[in-house]
Design a protein around this ligand. Structure first.
Ligand code: MG
Length: 302
């Protein structure tokens, strides 16, 4: 089952995808209630969905969660191929971690699956893409074992962890600031419930920029599996329904290319994962957007 958040006729609604339509859960519904139920309860929920049915072409798909989410959790260096390309680019070896490396992203980074990525050239000249599989937490838990981890997964979606490399490197070489720019993290296009993806370690993940495949890998090449990530992240820290965990990006990012290649105004970034779907985001320079309406369009309207 695919769950989506969408806008139509000036309202924001949630619903489930039925072929080329979305069936609304009705006025006032949010996805939060469904996350806590867990994906086992979804068939019954679908039977009860009585809201309006809209053609997908008639709605604007939004990010599955808004800026009201507490944050996005994220994983660094979870594909050995990406760690290796980073070592080559920086000329300095970061040893392979023996436990996962986590950081967080402010929820104000979140934009919809077809929204423009806000390129703020006043702050950065090195915006870069990172396609990532996202785990959506269902049942809450702390100190979750690897064996129990998958029972806490509600589903999966797709993110692009767009990163301002110069800011990232300037501020201590850590991730929070360079990956925390407003309006730079496409999320979506919907959440696929876990029952439809029994094995998240067998998905093809890709990022395509202006028609050129820049990243193409299989989630089987993750250094740490989804159950291991959940077990490690939940140690001493409660995971809540609707929490999102980005699971790292494979090789092929722009700053590790020779020569480096960064995102520019007008670029089209496609982020896609098999069994989930595809996002398509245009990079929109805030500096170039002289009309105030354009600037407003590039800043997330969560
Ligand atoms: Mg990342």
């Amino acid at each position: 089952m695919k769950l989506a958040r969408f806008a139509i006729d000036g309202t924001t609604q949630v619903g489930w995808i039925d072929s080329d339509a979305v069936v609304s859960f009705g006025p006032g519904a949010t996805l939060d209630a469904y996350f806590a139920v867990g994906s086992d309860g979804l068939p019954a929920i679908a039977d009860q969905a009585v809201g309006a049915r809209y053609a997908l072409d008639d709605v604007d798909l939004l990010a599955p969660v808004s800026a009201s989410a507490r944050c996005l959790f994220a994983t660094g260096w979870n594909y050995r191929s990406h760690l290796a390309e980073g070592n080559a680019a920086r000329g300095k070896v970061v040893e392979e971690p023996t436990v996962p490396t986590f950081f967080s992203k402010p929820a104000t980074t979140i934009i919809g699956p077809f929204d423009p990525i806000a390129l703020d050239e006043d702050w950065s000249q090195q915006f870069d893409y990172e396609a990532e599989l996202v785990v959506v937490v269902g049942r809450p838990g702390r100190d979750i074992s690897e064996d129990a981890a998958m029972s806490h997964v509600f589903g999966y979606t797709t993110a692009n962890d767009v990163s301002a490399r110069d800011i990232q490197h300037r501020h201590g070489g850590q991730w929070f600031k360079g990956k925390g720019i407003d309006g730079t993290c496409p999320l979506g296009p919907w959440i696929v419930s876990a029952d439809e993806i029994p094995d998240p370690s067998a998905l093809v993940i890709e990022c395509v920029v202006n028609g050129e495949v820049r990243q193409s890998a299989n989630t089987a090449t993750m250094a740490f599996s989804v159950p291991r990530l959940i077990a490690e992240l939940s140690r001493g820290m409660t995971l809540l329904p609707g929490d999102m965990l980005l699971t790292g990006t494979p090789a092929g990012v722009g700053w590790a290319r020779k020569p480096p290649s960064f995102l520019e105004d007008g670029d089209e970034v496609v982020t896609r994962i098999s069994s989930i779907g595809e996002m398509r985001n245009r990079v929109l320079s805030l500096s170039a957007a002289t009309a105030s309406s354009d600037r407003g369009r590039a800043i997330p309207q969560a």
